[in-house]
Design a binder for this molecule. Structure first.
Ligand SMILES: Nc1ncnc2c1ncn2[C@@H]1O[C@H](COP(=O)(O)OP(=O)(O)OP(=O)(O)O)[C@@H](O)[C@H]1O
Ligand SMILES: [Mg+2]
Length: 512
């Protein structure tokens, strides 16, 4: 007889149903595992054998065949241990044969029969819930699974023995409850930054509309410091965003203690990051930094030091909000709607924008052009806000701390984001949450400037030779500026400010 257990395989952040078929048949003692398993799955045999022995059960001296169906779907990871072990236990009568019907099972086994946490429990639970099944998972992941639905049945166990006892009715396991990470007592506050008012304003606009931002300035001007304070002004994730972000974190194995968090992601990979680390993929497909930054911030400090090829791989995701990773035998997509924040010096010595500075390497323009040309024109074209962050003067540093801190800025950002959410919901686009995501076609309706603004935009587009993308991006930033002001129509002032953030970029593009 063949014993069947449901489990899942991950494709992107989706959990596809996989059927584990266990057959114990007469024949020479053997243990076969088939159905396109990768190395970690093949090793399941050894872990299952040891875990069963440690739990007081011996493998029958017969021919055991385990098939993972559908056979053409690649199986990766260590979460197949538990379904295989439970299937075997059912086949030899250690648990009732029908106990596993209506459950999706995933978990990794230790040699002592303990069940170790695995990645992807949240998407697996959501998948199981949509098929009206319960979930059997490691105890450490129980609270994560409980987020899928309040009614889904969950058995979260520490060991094989606990599961056997639960089914026998001698020791019932209670359903785990969803957990949230307590917010950390204090985030870094904008109040720590003296001067830099225009940079703080740009940070606020970027946070309000979800725009990409590039800060260029001398060493020690406070660029890294400004970026590190961005989380303190971003609004918390909405419930639907929370689930989206947590699914990605779950597949990447980045959820700690089964607790989810409503804080927006802030990812700051080092500039030595490889393409696979940034965009995802690799031998065992995992979401990369840009997907882990979904609905949050991707901070790339020292932007020109990143490999050019790696930086250019951001171009497509920045445009369509997802990344497609092609592999030898299949292709997966991960969501990647992030806000890019870059920081860089204007040249190798870092002082090109200081008044009266003479470069030791000879012509200053060449030093600047060399360094800035490491960032390609098309990438630069996608960055809406480009600002100069000049060095702070001693006079600024001696001043008392500014009266306005992160709390006040965060309130304005949250209000502007509310306006945007309502606008796009009313326009029948509930998946669009910020001006940065708004499709160009809708932009013409929602971001129409008044007459004076339209005239300014027409002139500027000609003199600055704005690309079509540049034109739309200016409109988006202007829309955010009007939203921050609480204005319905976009005025000349909003457009002038939006254009000023683009101007530095046009300078840089010419340098490149
Ligand atoms: N505006 C400021 N107000 C208060 N302190 C500042 C300010 N700017 C810089 N500092 C101080 O200088 C230190 C260095 O700043 P930061 O690392 O942000 O510079 P940076 O612009 O990122 O430089 P680099 O280009 O070398 O990376 C900070 O840790 C802080 O102590
Ligand atoms: Mg820095």
């Amino acid at each position: 007889m063949v014993q069947r257990v449901s489990t899942v395989a991950f494709e992107g952040i989706e959990a596809r149903a996989v059927d584990v078929q266990v057959q114990v048949a007469p024949g020479l003692p053997a243990f076969y595992l088939v159905g396109l398993p990768d190395k970690a799955v093949s090793e399941a045999r050894e872990r299952v054998r040891s875990a069963l022995i440690a739990s007081g059960l011996a493998l029958p001296a017969r021919r055991i065949t385990v098939n993972l169906a559908p056979a053409d779907l690649p199986k990766e990871g260590s979460h197949y241990d538990l379904p295989i072990a439970l299937g075997l236990m059912a086949a030899i009568g250690a648990i009732p044969a029908d106990a596993l019907a209506g459950f999706t099972v995933l978990g990794e086994l230790g040699l002592d029969g303990s069940i170790a946490p695995v990645a992807g429990v949240l998407p697996a639970a959501i998948g199981a819930n949509s098929r009206d099944e319960g979930l059997i998972c490691p105890a450490a992941c129980g609270s994560e699974a409980a987020w899928a639905s309040p009614d889904i049945q969950i058995i979260a166990a520490n060991s094989l023995i606990q599961i056997a006892n639960h089914f026998k009715g001698t020791q019932l396991l209670s359903r785990p409850q969803p957990k949230v990470h307590e917010a950390p007592a204090s985030l870094l506050d904008l109040r720590d930054i003296k001067g830099q008012e225009s940079a703080k304003r740009a940070l606020e606009i970027a946070a309000a509309g979800g725009h990409h931002l590039l800060m260029i300035g001398a060493p020690g001007a406070g660029k890294s410091m400004l970026a590190a304070r961005l989380p303190s002004i971003l609004p918390p994730l909405s419930p639907s965003e929370l689930l989206e972000v947590s699914m990605i974190a779950s597949v990447a194995g980045e959820i700690r203690d089964g607790a989810l968090t409503a804080r927006r992601p802030f990812r700051a990979p080092h500039h030595s990051a490889s393409m696979a680390a940034l965009t995802g993929g690799g031998l065992r497909a995992k979401p990369g930094e840009i997907s882990l930054a979904h609905q949050g911030v991707l901070f790339l400090d020292e932007l020109p030091e990143f490999e050019a090829r790696v930086l250019d791989s951001l171009r497509a995701p920045m445009e369509n909000g997802e990344v497609a990773v092609s592999r030898a035998n299949h292709r997966v997509t991960y969501p990647a709607r992030f806000m890019l924040v870059g920081a860089m010096n204007p040249c190798r010595c870092g002082h090109a924008y200081d008044p009266g500075f003479a470069c030791k390497r000879g012509r200053l323009e060449r030093c600047t052009a060399d360094y800035q040309s490491r960032i390609s024109g098309p990438l630069m074209d996608r960055i809406d806000l480009r600002i100069e962050v000049p060095a702070v003067t001693a006079a600024d540093l001696i001043l008392p701390p500014p009266s306005e801190g992160s709390a006040e800025v965060a309130a304005r950002v949250a209000a502007a984001r509310d306006v945007q959410r309502q606008r796009y919901a009313a326009a029948g686009l509930p998946q669009v949450r910020t001006n940065a995501e708004a499709p160009a076609a809708v932009l013409e309706k929602i971001a129409r400037p008044d007459t004076a603004g339209a005239a300014l935009l027409r002139d500027a587009a000609e003199t600055m030779q704005l690309s079509a993308r540049g034109y739309h991006r200016v409109l988006r930033v202007a829309r955010t500026l009007a939203d921050l002001d609480g204005a319905d129509t976009i005025g000349r002032l909003h457009l002038a400010e939006a254009l000023s953030y683009r101007a530095l970029a046009e300078d840089l593009r010419r340098a490149a």
